[in-house]
Design a protein around this ligand. Structure first.
Ligand SMILES: [Fe+2]
Ligand SMILES: [Fe+2]
Length: 423
């Protein structure tokens, strides 16, 4: 296994050329993928030069290679972390035994379902975000959106490689289905509910990359511990890309929070909305919403599916992370605290669904819930207001009124670098 990616039609470090049957199958899937990308990827930006990073090696110096690229020419490929020949099962019923290089027959269906479910979220998010380029708050943010999008496309490649390589004919059929389902489609929707709603504005995009990609990171981190070694090695490389998505989300939310504080201090009545910003209580509602949507994606770790996958060694567990916006608010000298809601609040899936709880976890009857709902979660007025702020800002270095500039540019470049040419 090389760490350097060869320059075949499909860049890879898995010696694809050594398996002609697999190579042909993936080369047949490739044009379908490009077709899907052009049809369902970012609307109106396919011919533009975007300053993107592309992996040319899985070594730390090699996977972040920056240049202008037209998105359909992005070098999507198959990158696995090099194999550790001594790796053993770290948990579950097979603890201490060597990891599997082939799919164990008794877990084949469970494993295929894990891979297909993970794979389905990748193109789904690209589809959900396809219209956001029209209202980007800056060129910097526009470029970050597209970076996330092309990498989600590559994550689809990562899962399709596993399906084609290890699951024979049904794997190939699943790979076709991954390009056939469409986010929000009535007949062929994406598998998970949360991936069927369009990301209607940039605040939701930042919340999505902060919370839903964090869930994605948990899932990937769990799969990176899989006893099925090719899955573990695939997911380990995906995690290097996922870290950037969470960076986009966390710094995005943090910049909106910072701007809210700045405008609170500028406006005589302390109202950021008067100056084209988003106020902290509204940000809090979106945090409530996206945090709970993302918790639902776990399907409840109480579910027997997750427990079975863990016990059989297919999926490990991942530690909780922490959030840090309140430091920004404090640094701005503003007296306000953003909080995460109770795990019982606003759940659609799992043991707390079908009941009503306040953000602090007190149980409520339906009337009390309905009376407060619009104060805890974004209501129509909030959504209309946020959308009213969404106007494109394509002048290098300039920012929309509702977001603070980033602390630094991409790849050490200045904030006013032309991250997207001729927007
Ligand atoms: Fe992804
Ligand atoms: Fe992601």
């Amino acid at each position: 296994m090389s760490t350097v990616l060869n320059d075949e039609k499909i860049p890879n470090n898995v010696n694809l050329g050594g398996d002609k049957r697999l190579q042909r199958a993936l080369e047949a899937w490739q044009p379908q993928f490009i077709e899907w990308w052009k049809q369902m990827g970012p609307v109106g930006w396919q011919e533009k030069d975007i300053y993107l990073r592309t992996a040319i090696s899985v070594e730390s110096e090699g996977w972040a290679n920056f240049n202008y690229v037209k998105m359909p020419d992005y070098r999507w490929g198959i990158f696995l972390e090099p194999k550790n020949p001594n790796r053993t099962h770290g948990f579950g019923d097979f603890y201490g035994q060597p990891v599997w290089d082939e799919v164990p027959g008794e877990f084949r269906n469970m494993l295929r379902r894990l891979i297909v479910t993970q794979g389905d979220t990748e193109p789904a998010s690209v589809e959900q975000q396809r219209d956001l380029g029209a209202t980007a708050p800056s060129l910097y943010d526009l470029r970050n959106l597209f970076q996330v999008n092309v990498e989600e496309g590559r994550h689809l490649w990562a899962m399709v490689y596993l399906l084609h390589t290890y699951f024979g004919r049904d794997g190939r059929e699943e790979a076709e289905e991954l390009l056939a389902r469409r986010s929000g489609d009535a007949d062929k929707p994406r598998i998970l509910g949360a991936f069927n709603e369009p990301t209607s504005h940039w605040l939701s995009f930042f919340m999505f990359t902060m919370f839903t990609d964090r869930d994605g990171k948990y899932q990937l981190s769990a799969l990176a511990e899989s006893g099925f070694d090719p899955l573990a090695r695939t997911c380990r490389f995906m995690l290097t890309e996922e870290a950037h998505h969470m960076f986009v989300g966390e710094t995005g939310v943090q910049r909106v929070v910072k701007r809210a504080c700045e405008l609170m201090k500028q406006d005589p009545n302390g109202d950021p909305r008067a100056l084209g910003g988003i106020d902290l209580p509204t940000i809090q509602k979106y945090l409530h919403l996206w945090y709970t949507l993302s918790l639902d994606l776990f399907g409840g770790e109480v579910s027997s599916n997750a427990a079975d996958a863990f016990a059989s060694g297919l999926k490990g567990r991942y530690k909780e992370d922490r959030y840090d916006w309140n430091k920004t608010i404090k640094d701005e000298g503003v007296d306000f605290e953003l909080t995460l809601p109770s795990n019982k609040f606003h759940r659609q899936i799992g043991m707390w669904s079908g009941q009503h709880f306040s953000p602090t976890g007190e149980q409520l009857d339906a009337a009390a819930w309905n009376a407060q709902r619009g104060a805890w979660l974004p209501n129509d007025v909030d959504e209309t207001y946020i959308k009213s702020l969404m106007h494109p800002v394509y002048e290098p270095g300039k920012m929309a009124s509702w977001i603070a500039p980033p602390n630094k540019g991409i790849n050490g470049l200045p904030g006013d670098f032309v991250y997207v040419r001729n927007p």
